[in-house]
Design a protein around this ligand. Structure first.
Ligand code: PEP
Length: 241
């Protein structure tokens, strides 16, 4: 399976910074060993769309509402992402769950809506440190998958990003043993649910110096990268492992 290297830019980069990034990155991307996907912040999506036109680099939004239009002040429309040429939408990132109170039920509605438009949801799941230390990781991930994919169409693509919350933006990457064990668990849950074909990305403090070892582990289909995706050089190194 071709690997996927996805960049979550969170609330960083203006439209001009987005254009500047791609004018450097497009040359570096020639060495990539898989598909590359960028998730710029909403107001920079059009800059990404025009910068990436004609390239094989994909992009999408970090969030959307579960309906295409209506009286939903401040929300983003997946239909607009589609019209601009986007391919993916990130759903259920731990920052959305924690800071904005997103529930698994809302996440499930978003997943179904994104698929219905022909876009690909990238569903983020992950346990907190407390949950890992309490040995609840398997149960938490199983619940997030069962509820988050409750309305998903098995015949359409969906990508899973396993991101231990304690490893996001902390510099604390999960050990290769933890990643291998948890990805095997996630795969077994997905297989039982009929989603065995879904790629499982790892996310959480991925950097050029740890990417190669993690990419070689079974059931690691690529990465979702925050901090290290903000620089063209470090992200292109990760995407070339
Ligand atoms: C993320 O935001 O999804 C992420 C994994 O961030 P970082 O790589 O900075 O830990």
């Amino acid at each position: 399976m071709k690997k996927i290297f996805a960049a979550n830019w969170k609330l960083f980069k203006t439209p001009q910074e987005t254009r500047d990034f791609f004018s450097t990155f497009k040359d570096l991307a020639n060495k990539a060993t898989g598909e590359i996907v960028f998730f710029p912040s909403a107001i920079s999506l059009e800059a990404a769309s025009s910068s990436l036109k004609g390239s094989n680099i994909k992009w999408g939004a970090q969030n959307c509402f579960a309906q295409a239009s209506g009286a939903f002040t401040g929300e983003n429309s997946a239909q607009v992402v589609k019209d601009l040429g986007g391919s993916y939408i990130l759903v259920g990132h731990s920052e959305r769950r924690k800071i904005f109170g997103e529930t698994d039920a809302l996440i499930a509605e978003k997943v179904a809506h994104i698929q219905s438009l022909g876009l690909i949801p990238m569903l983020c799941i992950g346990e907190t440190l407390e949950e890992r230390e309490g040995k609840h990781t398997f149960r938490i991930l199983e619940t997030q998958l069962l509820l988050g994919l409750a309305n998903a169409d098995k015949s359409k693509p969906v990508v899973i990003a396993y991101e231990p919350v304690w490893a996001i933006g902390t510099g604390k990457v999960a050990s290769p043993e933890q990643v291998a064990e948890t990805h095997a668990d996630v795969y077994s849950i997905l297989e039982k649910m009929g989603f065995a074909q879904s790629p499982i990305l790892y996310g959480g403090s991925v950097k050029p110096d740890n990417a190669k070892g993690l990419a070689a582990l079974p059931h690691v289909s690529g990465f979702l990268v925050g901090g290290a995706s903000l620089e063209p050089k470090s992200f292109s190194e990760i995407a070339s492992v």
